[in-house]
Structures are given as C-alpha cells and as structure tokens.
Design a protein around this ligand. Structure first.
Ligand SMILES: *Cc1c(COP(=O)(O)O)cnc(C)c1O
Length: 400
C-alpha cells in the first residue's frame, strides 16, 4: 500500500523497508533510493497535486496527491521500516492520525484510555468521538487490575501512551496487548515519547502505533505531522481508505522535512537520553524539587519495566516543585535556555506548565494535572549549560 516501489526503481514492500539492515541504516535509506529520473540522492519534494496519465487508467502509480505522493511514499516507507511495520501512513498531524484510528471502531463501543493521556487525545475522545457514541473510561494503565476492572463486554480498544504525558509513567505494552488480543480488542500505542529507536510496540504485540511526528521524528520544531504503523494488512487497508477518504494528509514539503529529521533520529535520541539523565540527576538532588519523574531513575516505579521494554529512557523529564504552583510558574518564567513553549522532542530544550498549557483542557476531568508540575523536553544543547540554566532558576524559588 505504501508501495509504488517499482516506479521508484527499487523493490517495494518488505524489501523496500531494507529489513536486514540496522536501525540507523534504515533511517537513512529505507524508502529513499536515488531519484529514478535525475539520480538526486535526496528524495525530491514532489510539489504536485496531479500526475499525467499515458492513457485513461494507465499511470505510474500516482494519480492525485491526496491519494499518493512520492515524497509521502518515501516518508511512509522509512517510518514503517523504523517501527518494524509492513505498513505506514502519514497524516497532517498526530491528532489526524489518531482520528483515523478511532474511526475504525464500530459505533457505541467502549474504549479504555490512559488517565494521563495527551490532552488533545482526551479532547478528541471525550468531545468528538464520545459525541458520536464512543464510550470511554480513563484508567491508570500501569495498574493491570484497574484495567481488568474497567473492562466491559463492549470494550473494543485500549489506548496506551508510554512513557505517559506528563507524569512519565511506564505501561506494560506486552501485557496490555496480550489482554486486548485475548478479548478481541485493539491495542493502540502512542509511541511519540519513546520513538521507534527506544521502543517498538508492534514487536510487543500492539496492533497499531501512533505518532505525532511533530515531535522526535521530525525533531526540529519546524513541521506538524502524524503517522500510523501496523503489521496487519486489513487494518492498513482500512486506515489507507480513511487517509484518502477524509483527506488529512501532509503536504510534500512537510513530508520532506519529517524525512530529513528522521534520518538522524538514532543519534539525536542517544543525546536526548544523555542530557535527560543528567537533568533528572540534578533535579533529584535539588532542595526546591519535591519529586522527579523519569523512568531512568532506579526508584521510578516503572524503572524495571522500562529496562525491559525500552532501549533507554527518553528525553522527557517532569518534576514537582516543593513550593507548588507559584514556584512552578516562577521556574517556568526564569529559565533562559529552556524556552517556555508547548510541544517537545526537538533539538532545543523546552519547559512548560502542563496544568495551564498542554493539559489545560483536562482541568476538572480525571486527567487534570498537579499545578506544581513542570515538564521538560530536554534538547541537544551542552549538558552543563542546561544544568546551569535549570539550577539557577530553581535557586530563585528556593531563596524565596
Ligand atoms: C503532540 C502529541 C500528540 C498530537 O500530535 P499533533 O501532531 O500535535 O496533532 C499526540 N500524542 C502525543 C503524546 C503528543 O505529544
């Protein structure tokens, strides 16, 4: 389905995904042979909406760019290869990708969602799909007993985010996938925080992987996009139908930027992890900080599970201030290298206040966030500069 391989002058499908090569090699080469018409080493931006046909119905695999575009094909093949998936589909945003997944469900079924889901995911479920009849229960997914308790005969979906946002709890993908499969439900994993470099949910049994490629996959805060990967051909066909029928597709330039970002995913993730580990360590010993949430800390409740299902622990760190919301707001305003902004996963470090920013729409719901919590997306700057920036901001609130 992401096919069109022949026209691109290389074998499509599993071979186009270069399965026998390592992750770093696939990031650079999967879906990206030299351009067959010019030899361009970098996949061109095919900025066209339509394609000439030789005669009615005879074309080279492309008819109209909502249905398929060569730059998007390259991106889809590359990201599918990174997730170890037979099929990949790119969307205009992470939420557009999520919307397509939720449209797979028949009417009036029940979904189990994380009780600390990404705010936009919660809004999409609670305000858009619930209005169309979807029932849902937010559950702490790191508690398998609570999942069993929330399960109903009509439960058709478990939506997993791990590490979760913003509390960075770790959820057992293999256990939830097994439970879902046993009971005929779908297990969908939002892999935005971990990326396929750190964690591959399909290999742990999940049915579908969701990404906001706006974050680590793109990696440079310059493009919004979404992605779905699955190993199941029938699911892929239904999702491809929705991608074309609803039309929330990324443009060729957005695909080019995301593909360019994905080439360096492995090296970026290693440095994100190094820097986040250093930041989590510093925060753990700072007197202004009441609690640090980072799966790489041995006392984190999900640490052992993270060691089993992740390669390393990621670039996201959150922490609670001893001085509560006032202190959190003061720190958020005081850092200089950590830019106060929503989003995450790019080269520059960001700080944000979930209760009033990314998770503001969750106020008054089961997903509301402690106002004393700050979330960091630890970037690729020099670690010592990041530590100094944060500790200077924290010293201000300690002195008050
Ligand atoms: C940003 C984000 C989304 C939504 O993606 P968009 O590209 O903003 O639509 C979904 N899940 C997670 C975990 C995110 O961080």
């Amino acid at each position: 389905m992401s096919g069109q391989g022949e026209w691109k002058g290389h074998p499509g499908g599993a071979e186009g995904h270069l399965d026998r090569y390592g992750f770093e090699t696939r990031a650079i080469h999967a879906g990206q042979p030299a351009d067959p018409t010019t030899g361009a080493v970098v996949t061109p931006i095919y900025q066209t909406s339509t394609y000439a046909q030789e005669e009615v119905g005879r074309h080279r695999g492309y008819e109209y760019s909502r249905s398929a575009n060569p730059t998007r094909t390259a991106l889809q093949e590359c990201l599918a290869s990174l997730e170890g998936a037979a099929h990949g589909l790119a969307f205009a945003s992470g939420l557009a990708a999520e919307d397509a997944v939720l449209r797979l469900l028949p009417p009036r079924v029940h979904a189990i969602i994380p009780d600390d889901a990404y705010g936009g995911t919660y809004r999409l479920v609670a305000r858009v799909h619930a209005a169309a009849g979807l029932q849902f229960t937010p559950v702490a997914l790191d508690d398998l007993g609570a999942v069993e308790e929330a399960w109903r005969p009509e439960t058709a979906l478990v939506w997993v985010e791990t590490p979760s946002n913003p509390r960075l709890r770790v959820v057992d993908i293999a256990a939830l996938s097994a439970l879902a499969r046993e009971r005929g439900a779908l297990c969908v994993v939002d892999n935005t925080f971990a990326t396929p470099y750190l964690q591959q949910p399909l290999s742990l049994g999940a049915h579908i992987v969701v990404h906001s490629s706006t974050k680590y996959l793109g990696g440079h805060s310059d493009v919004v996009g979404g992605f779905l990967a699955t190993g199941d051909s029938e699911t892929a066909e239904r999702l491809a139908f929705l991608q074309n029928a609803a039309g929330a597709v990324p443009g060729p330039f957005d695909c080019f930027l995301t593909l360019r970002g994905a080439k360096t995913l492995a090296v970026r993730m290693e440095r994100h992890c190094d820097n986040a580990e250093a930041v989590a360590g510093m925060l753990s010993s700072h007197p202004a900080v009441a609690a640090v949430h980072y799966p790489g800390l041995p006392r984190h409740p999900g640490h052992d599970l993270a060691c089993r299902q992740m390669r390393r622990f990621g670039g996201m760190v959150s922490f609670t201030l001893a001085g509560g919301e006032a202190a959190a707001l003061e720190v958020a305003r005081s850092t200089r290298l950590f830019t106060l902004a929503e989003s995450l996963g790019a080269v520059e470090s960001l700080i944000e206040h979930p209760a009033r920013m990314t998770h503001a729409s969750a106020a008054g719901t089961p997903l509301s966030v402690d106002p004393g919590l700050l979330r960091l997306s630890v970037g690729l700057e020099a670690a010592e500069d990041l530590l100094e920036d944060l500790s200077t901001a924290l010293d201000r609130v300690r002195a008050q």
